[in-house]
Write a protein that binds this ligand. Structure first.
Ligand SMILES: [Zn+2]
Length: 235
């Protein structure tokens, strides 16, 4: 990979840019969240665990392989979320590597080097595994990515119904005004979302705000490529 050996990069992007990410692949994030992004011609990063396809979960029914492949063929990014939604903060180093690689083998053509820690749970061992595999690691640590960024600890900000949208809007305005890379994540997008999701109206309001502020939207992989290019090949 272009940035296989890259561990830290500088984020001095002005104007900033935004990435929309979704975890776990509940069907509604393709059928509802994805439709909203399509309206604005934005592409997302979908972090999937192939071992739970087609199963029921806390965030609704998980999509099947067909829906994920369809999204990938439409230009969205398919990211890795371990094969079995492993808690990487508690797992052994070897198990983390095995689960990430097993997941990647299920979709070798579509799944690239973007990874998100299930449950947002990570440890020094988990971050080391992600780096050794040449991947990026999205966390649930809030804030805008700015200054020196550890690629195995990308900050992510939730769009959750139970928390409201004020913080999301504030972050978008800050990103539009003073730059940086703002990463959002959510799970299900539906009328009665789980504690880890939001409604379609809420999701569209966030997307609309990004659109209004004229902030560029990139997948996680494209954002990292852009950042790498901006600082030259020296890494
Ligand atoms: Zn997850």
């Amino acid at each position: 990979m272009l940035w296989r050996s890259l561990k830290k990069i500088r984020v001095e992007q002005r104007p900033g840019f935004v990435s929309f990410t979704f975890d776990d692949a509940p069907e509604t994030y393709f059928t509802r969240g994805g439709k909203i992004l399509e309206k604005y011609n934005f592409q997302a990063t979908y972090y999937v665990s192939c071992g739970v396809f087609d199963k029921q979960s806390d965030v609704g029914k998980i999509a099947d392989r067909y829906l994920v492949e369809k999204a990938g063929k439409q230009g969205h990014e398919v990211g890795n979320h371990t094969y079995d939604h492993l808690n990487c903060g508690q797992a052994k180093f070897r198990d983390i590597i095995t689960s990430i690689q097993r997941n990647r083998r299920q979709m070798p053509e579509l799944m690239g080097s973007s990874f998100a820690y299930p449950f947002g749970s990570h440890s020094r061992k988990a971050r080391l595994a992600v780096r050794l595999l040449g991947m990026s690691g999205r966390t649930i640590n809030p804030g805008i990515n700015r200054g020196v960024l550890d690629v195995a600890q990308i900050k992510g900000n939730c769009i959750y119904h139970r928390l409201g949208l004020d913080e999301c809007f504030r972050l978008i305005d800050r990103c539009a005004g003073s730059g940086g890379w703002l990463v959002f994540y959510t799970h299900d997008v539906c009328r009665e979302p789980s504690p880890y999701g939001c409604t379609e109206e809420e999701f569209e309001q966030v997307v609309e705000r990004v659109h209004e502020r004229g902030v560029q939207v990139l997948t996680v992989a494209d954002a990292l490529k852009t950042l790498k290019a901006a600082q030259g090949d020296g890494g």
